[in-house]
Design a protein around this ligand. Structure first.
Ligand SMILES: Cc1cc2nc3c(=O)[nH]c(=O)nc-3n(C[C@H](O)[C@H](O)[C@H](O)COP(=O)(O)O)c2cc1C
Length: 199
């Protein structure tokens, strides 16, 4: 059977958005049905307008990517969640969405469903891994199955060797093909394992 995968992310300036797209591509290539969704923006216009890259990304994705809903979580058999690093933690926009899932949690919607994470901090050692570990706290509470990439493919090493999840440090410049390849691998692995669990 093919898996139903929800790739749900927040991105202010587009880095995590690119990783999310690659994650979705990898899952689709594995035969999954994918919903690629961004969480709603919560920041005031004044903050967004103060950063031209942020404004540009908000405007570019407004009509391009649907906003995540709770139905996407109920529908999916497996989850890929992504967030930029915010002081070593996940962004409040994604956290707000997660914090709206109490009703689904109480119904057991997340139990036994594979869950993987991805991120981007500006600096290589600026909190990529602490953000992923913070994201995985939710998976523990949801009763989901954490499917981190591990060192399961050459693409993981080529992208910097992060077994917790694909990341791209913004300080290294534009998102690299290596990071996108690693995200595709991670998405494919999630889809493959989700199909097995769902069967
Ligand atoms: C409020 C705030 C906090 C941040 N905290 C960190 C941090 O702790 N470590 C770091 O390396 N980068 C930090 N950054 C930078 C972002 O994580 C980084 O630019 C990321 O690549 C942005 O992803 P995006 O393009 O998907 O929005 C922070 C940025 C903002 C706006």
């Amino acid at each position: 059977m093919s898996a139903k995968i929800a790739v749900i992310y927040y991105s202010a300036t587009g880095t995590v958005h690119q990783l999310a797209q690659a994650m979705a591509e990898g899952a689709e290539k594995e035969g999954a049905e994918v919903r690629l969704r961004r969480v709603g923006e919560l920041a005031p216009d004044a903050a967004i307008d103060a950063n031209p890259a942020w404004r540009e990304h908000v405007d570019a994705t407004k009509d391009q990517v649907e906003v995540a809903t709770l139905d996407d979580l109920t529908w999916a058999d497996g989850y890929a969640l992504g967030s930029p690093t915010r002081y070593g933690n996940i962004a409040s926009q994604l956290k707000q969405f997660i914090d709206s899932t109490g009703g689904l949690w109480a119904q057991g919607v997340f139990q036994d469903k594979p869950f993987t994470g991805f991120s981007s901090a500006h600096n290589l050692h600026g909190g990529n891994e602490s953000t992923l570990l913070a994201l995985y706290n939710t998976a523990h509470h949801w009763g989901s199955l954490i499917v981190s990439p591990g060192f399961t493919d050459e693409s993981v090493y080529a992208a910097g060797g992060n077994p917790y999840g694909t990341v791209h440090p913004g300080a290294a410049g534009p998102v690299t093909d290596a990071a996108l390849d690693a995200a595709r691998h991670q998405g494919a692995r999630l889809a493959r394992l989700t199909a097995k669990v769902a069967a």
